[in-house]
Design a protein around this ligand. Sequence first.
Ligand code: ARG
Length: 407
Amino acid sequence: MNLSVNSETGHLQGVIVHTPGREVSLVNPELKDQLLFDDIIFENDARREHLGMLNVFNTAMPGDGQIHEIRDLFLECLQSEEARGFLVEQLVKQLGDKNIHIIEKELLALEPHQLLQFVIEGSTAAIDGFTMLPTPNLLFTRDLAAVVGNSILLSRPAKKARLREALLMETLVKFHPLFSPFRDNIIHIGRQESIEGGDVLVASDKVVLIGMSERTSFSGLMKATEGLLANGVEHVLAVDIPKQRSSMHLDTIFTFADEEECIAFPPAITERQDNVVALSTRGGAIVTESVPSLHEALEHYLDRHMTFIKCGGAERTNQFREQWTDGANVFALAPGIIVGYERNTNTFRELKNHGYRLMNQSEFIEEFKNEPFDPADKKIAIKFLGHELCRGRGGARCMTMPIARAK
Ligand SMILES: NC(=[NH2+])NCCC[C@H](N)C(=O)O
């Protein structure tokens, strides 16, 4: 399988996910804000919901499609002594404030599964008396890196709570054979800068959107842009968005449903003006051009008509309510085949008005389980349950990191 991602909607062939585990049960009310959760969540139900989403993926992906659990990849990768050495060395460097160097030797002596447990859950019985905070946001694999064309952009999180996840991802990209096709095209961001995968949207093989959010710094944007422009992208559209928790990444207010259709949260996207700057290279230098709106920018640079579907429908209250529960954060399994949280009923009604057939997860699986799914000429919006998952403040797009999509 050719690992590359040239759009947000090409038929999904390979994706990395993380079904939540014990780390989410370690979030308590006192820690939740620091750990970027809006509530404590119930692990069993969160797992059930997540596995429900994956069942839909399985039905919609081609026969040779691959869903990788990131935990399995980490475990495979940490069989290598070199990978373990890198991870521990970086842990000690990055988390110097925790005096972790005291247990460096013990960490190096751990079995791969113990080391992984220590990194994800913050402790392991094999090392007595040393604890760190868990990494409950690992379930949002989207934010760890972004595959763009044949390159991979490694995230540098703005929030401390997510640094360890990014380090695990970096270890994976450096040492796991799955990522060897990308190894000559890794885009790194400096330590002082930040960018998170939720801000990176691959509109086409030539055009990438980057949100300037509370998580992506100006220098992070510029560094990523340099890397992308050097790797075949022709235009990066920098989209300025409100710097606040509810819209922490561009994908919380804007996602693609189809080549020509997207879902947008009106107050922060369609009702804003002069919030887009296009960055391109000319004569070896980066040149900028301001564009009046995202709508105009997309139609101009993608050279196609775009329809913006309203998250939450026409009413203000519903727009805000459903943006909060990730109504604008849908994930495309193929052009026009999308999944999103069932609770965003007004957004689904709006999709129906735009010609999408609405199905719940079991209807979809039942109808398509017996044959390889052919997305051609179909528009389907699939609803799945995510009452626990959405308390972590992320939806279907946040929980997926595509590594291969059909062109
Ligand atoms: N791509 C996304 N929108 N990811 C959502 C991440 C949510 C996570 N709790 C955080 O605050 O970091």
